[in-house]
Design a protein around this ligand. Sequence first.
Ligand code: FDA
Length: 365
Amino acid sequence: MEYDYLIVGSGLFGSVFAHEMNKIGKKCLIIEKRSTIGGNIYTQNIENINVHKYGAHIFHTNDEEVWTYINQFTKFNRFTNSPVVNYKGKLYNLPFNMNTFYQIWGVKTPAEAKEIIEKEKSEYKIETPKNLEEQAISLVGTTIYEILIKGYTEKQWEKPCDKLPSFIIKRLPVRFTFDNNYFNDLYQGIPIGGYTQIIEKLLEGIDVKLNTDYFNNKEKWDKISDKILFTGMIDQYYDYCYGELEYRGLNFETEVLDTDNYQGNAVFNYTEAEIPYTRIIEHKHFENAQSDKTVITHEYPKTWTKNEEAYYPINDERNSALYEKYNKLAKKESKILFGGRLGMYKYMNMDEVIKEALNLVKSEK
Ligand code: FDA
């Protein structure tokens, strides 16, 4: 065989796997259907600004091994994610913390904030939440739910919150400190120079064919290597024999503006239902990019249809059961491995993807 491994997909999962296999002398070929490497972490330089083409990507982890691993390929800046909410023209900090409570109620101490939240929760008297609305109110009370959660969630899922299952929201962390850092992780940042350069380094010395869809010439690709790592959609691999897995879609509308600072923050969430987008991202603030211009992206959630970019798996009962059927087939394979968010039908942050890819490498050694 010409190659030890054919890797379908040049996203983070496929690239970490290829890099590690190449290091131990295995010959790898990556095929990628897009015209760019990196999958959804691809960043494109526009006006001296690294633009996150497939949505805002902030690296954060508590995993020491993953942090050490990724730092071989890039330096990180000290970016801290502190999203701001715009609800009906008023601004609020996220995550829910003392700054938010001051903005909503004018309260200045944790005791005052706790008292209001507890009172709202107890007035609602929900023992077993039957839907997302009840779940959210039982966790944070009515006001925070109305201002910060309801409209945003309804836009994301295109359904009213009282028709959404409660499992979507398990926890809603409330902080009684003046701390706008969205993540609790020990490590956080944006790679200086963007994400694409990480993938370029991972793929040094590895054969890569862009604009190449595995399914357009499956027979040829199946014969080129001893083994295959497939990071595309698992249901497509099995020709949807049990049915289609469902996803949520997203539309990104990106524009260059002739101003050096549009919103003063990387991430603004729009939580009212009447505004069709959920977020505006201003990319230059991820890296404090020096440019007279700025690049912003409006993010619109949408219904996903086959042949469009799939973003978020919908892990409800139907899809989870369906995935398990495909996974049973996958487990019987000896030549083909499945990995990544599409191959495993699982939302994973970048640190989890690296961890999973390194685990797969260990099991292949
Ligand atoms: P990915 O989808 O990136 O790569 C798969 C590749 O396979 C793609 O390039 C695709 O084109 C290719 N492919 C598929 N089928 C093929 C075929 N038939 N033939 C050839 N090629 C094929 N994480 C985080 O840690 N912090 C964050 O802030 C965010 N933000 C974020 C925002 C949004 C909107 C989303 C949707 C996701 C995030 N993430 C995130 C998650 C992050 O994007 C994710 O962990 C990785 O990109 C997943 O990498 P994969 O390699 O698994 O998939």
